[in-house]
Design a protein around this ligand. Structure first.
Ligand SMILES: NC(=O)c1ccc[n+]([C@@H]2O[C@H](COP(=O)([O-])OP(=O)(O)OC[C@H]3O[C@@H](n4cnc5c(N)ncnc54)[C@H](OP(=O)(O)O)[C@@H]3O)[C@@H](O)[C@H]2O)c1
Length: 285
């Protein structure tokens, strides 16, 4: 049985959809906080179970029978994500899961200025200490996030961001497809696997590509972090989310998202979608 959490979210719902192209629904279970949100999967014959990382005992029951378990990382910026993940790993161990895969992040590092990166590092540590076979899918940064990070450049003629660094912006759907392929593989890689697109552009590149696609010059305007924060808040973004996002620029400057790896291309058996093509399709949308 392949068991997947987070099937109400974008990444793992897409992973389930990819899996259903080649796996019989009776071989799949999803563990979600609100089963009513995946009625369609239940109707197709997927085993839908209730489970919340905040309830390790219930989770243990929900993980029973899992040969391979894909654990999504929490999306709750106000939760102690590392503690939730540690509980989920314990539940997996207690349920006798065969192999745990976890949606980690490329920059997973206890020293990163980006909060989730520290949570991912702590979770990988818990997986390593669990005694279970495990794989951390160190996913590249979701490239669709660029729609808001590039800001109102269409109006202003400039991409205004804090000082940045290279980031291997990656298509979330490529990551979902890769997870589905890995889950069906004969042998799973052990430990961290870095899944990224094959280039790590900077905002100067992204601004240039946006300009070329739009047929006009788009400047890069490097602004102070506080000014960027205030502009994003004034544009209607919640302050907590804006300050959280600043960590992306800080970690990028520190080189935490700079690496690229051929593993995603190898797993997909094709070139991953590029950040450039994602920017171009945003411009043309
Ligand atoms: N690589 C990147 O650039 C990047 C960017 C953003 C986020 N992420 C991480 O990748 C994860 C997956 O991305 P996504 O786009 O699918 O995010 P998403 O659409 O926000 O989905 C997150 C999923 O996690 C589930 N979840 C959260 N807390 C949970 C809990 N306590 N117990 C059980 N399930 C819980 C959510 O369930 P509900 O539907 O019940 O809330 C949802 O299904 C995110 O959660 C985040 O940790 C990565």
């Amino acid at each position: 049985m392949i068991t997947i959490t987070g099937a109400t979210g974008s990444l793992n719902r897409a992973t389930v959809d990819h899996l259903l192209q080649s796996v019989d629904p009776s071989e799949l279970a999803v563990v979600v906080r609100d089963p009513s949100r995946v009625d369609d999967l239940a109707r197709r014959g997927v085993d839908v179970r209730a489970g919340d990382y905040a309830d390790p005992r219930g989770l243990r029951a929900a993980f029973e029978g899992a040969d391979r378990l894909l654990l999504v990382s929490s999306n709750d910026q106000n939760a102690d994500a590392a503690a939730l993940h540690r509980g989920a790993v314990r539940s997996a161990r207690d349920a006798g899961v065969g192999h745990v895969l976890y949606t980690s992040h490329q920059g997973a590092d206890a020293a990163s200025p980006f909060t989730p990166a520290r949570d991912h590092a702590a979770t990988e540590h818990a997986l390593a200490a669990s005694g279970l076979p495990w794989t951390a899918l160190r996913n590249g940064f979701y490239a669709h996030t660029l729609e808001w990070l590039l800001g109102p450049w269409r109006k202003t003629g400039a991409v205004s961001v804090p000082a940045d660094g290279p980031v291997s912006w990656t298509s979330r759907d490529d990551l979902a497809e890769a997870a589905a392929r890995l889950l069906q593989g004969e042998v799973l890689p052990l430990g961290p696997v870095t899944l990224t697109a094959t280039a790590a552009p900077r905002f100067a590149d992204l601004a240039r590509w946006a300009g070329e696609a739009a047929g006009r010059d788009i400047a890069l305007d490097v602004i102070d972090e506080e000014e960027w924060t205030q502009r994003a808040i004034a544009a209607g973004r919640p302050e907590g989310a804006v300050r959280f996002t600043l960590g992306i620029f800080q970690a990028a400057r520190g080189g935490f998202f700079a690496g690229t790896d051929p593993a995603l291309r190898d797993v997909l058996g094709r070139e991953p979608v590029t950040a450039r093509s994602i920017v171009e399709s945003m411009v043309r949308a």
